[in-house]
Design a protein around this ligand. Structure first.
Ligand code: 5MM
Length: 341
């Protein structure tokens, strides 16, 4: 019998654990590898991701799930073991990015719509057979003078809802990711503007999910935190935590089992600190954890540098960030622990 959506979702937001977002599309991972002077090939992409997924103790203790890209879910480690098997052995759930990226939205200059709904039912069936038990779809909303527009918010929310309904039909838990960008140009908006836009986007997304008959108990929300633009950062950690929790209390139904934040361009430590303060300070109806890409991987990528003799160093760096974020998911992270390590 297949596992219930509610049970998979509960595993994804298990106490003290969070999600590793390793679903960079080919263009994005090429940029990441380029930053350390490594050419992006199927083998280098595999080697890098194999290094992360086989960091056993960290995966076992702090990682509940891994979001993969189409290429990765089909790849084998150097010794021939499927990468999916390496992940499941640690107890983590394999997941898959199913959107086909954010493309210009016709009629809406400077706004985007995420594509990938055509043929999604068939692709989900294949990914299920390949071992995926959750999926991810990211819609992006940019803030600038006059943006976002209602048209862009509405159409992205509708696409997220149609995707989520198809996932649940396939026995796959949808991660619903509406990202209000902190680093889109010009990225100089205030935290209060981010609050207003995030509130608007989340209200719209949950209305669309209801209309599409998506079961809230069988999904995970992956949002941005309420934070000022990257080029205008001045809000304190406490203010980010307070405004994020206030915004979510006003918009996210208690039936949703968990919220797993994206890091969105925050520094590694900021992303960890914000999550920890929220968990330590507030009572909330949902689990609050991480689904970080850059904030979990940046240090490991740098320490590895594409050299096989640095695999242990890369794994140490990844294990450290996974542990710090695992602590944050319980509200137990401190600056002292960060520094001591
Ligand atoms: C890991 O990056 C994901 C994929 O990016 P592209 O589709 O642009 O290649 C991205 O969707 C990611 O899952 C989320 O944005 C969270 O990552 P960050 O780095 O913001 O924590």
């Amino acid at each position: 019998m297949s596992e219930r959506l509610e049970d998979i979702a509960a595993r994804m937001v298990a106490e003290g654990k969070g999600i590793l977002a390793a679903d960079e599309s080919t263009g994005t991972i090429a940029k990441r590898l380029d930053s350390i002077g490594v050419e992006s090939t199927a083998d280098t992409r595999r080697d890098y991701r194999e290094m992360l997924f086989s960091t056993e103790e960290a995966m076992r203790s702090h990682i509940s799930g891994v979001i993969l890209y189409d290429e990765t879910i089909r790849q084998q480690a150097k010794d021939g073991t499927p990468l999916v098997e390496i992940i499941t052995r640690t107890g983590a759930v394999p997941g898959i990015k199913v959107d086909k990226g954010a493309k210009p939205l016709a009629g809406f200059p400077d706004e985007k719509i995420t594509e990938g709904l055509d043929g999604l039912r068939e692709r989900l069936a294949e990914y299920y057979d390949l071992g995926a038990r959750f999926a991810k779809w990211r819609g992006v909303i940019a803030i600038s003078d006059g943006l976002p527009t209602w048209g862009a918010v509405k159409q992205n929310a509708q696409a997220l809802a149609r995707y989520a309904a198809l996932c649940q039909e396939a026995g796959i838990v949808p991660i619903v990711e509406p990202e209000v960008l902190m680093d889109g140009a010009p990225a100089n908006h205030s935290i209060d503007r981010c609050y207003d836009v995030t509130e608007w986007v989340l209200k719209t997304v949950f209305t669309e999910l209801y209309d599409a008959r998506v079961s809230l108990e069988g999904m995970v929300l992956k949002p941005n935190m309420v934070i000022d633009g990257k080029n205008a950062r001045k809000a304190s950690r406490e203010e980010v935590a307070e405004k994020t929790v206030r915004c979510f209390r006003a918009t996210v139904p208690a039936a949703v089992p968990g919220i797993a934040f994206l890091s969105g361009g925050q520094s590694d430590e900021e992303a960890t600190a914000h999550l920890s303060i929220m968990n330590a300070t507030y009572d909330m109806p949902w689990k609050l954890t991480f689904s970080y890409g850059r904030a979990l991987q940046a240090a490991a990528l740098k320490a590895w540098g594409g050299k096989s003799e640095n695999v242990a160093a890369g794994q140490r760096a990844f294990a450290h960030r996974a542990r710090m974020n695992g602590l944050a998911a319980r509200g137990d992270w401190t600056q002292e622990l960060e520094t001591a390590a």
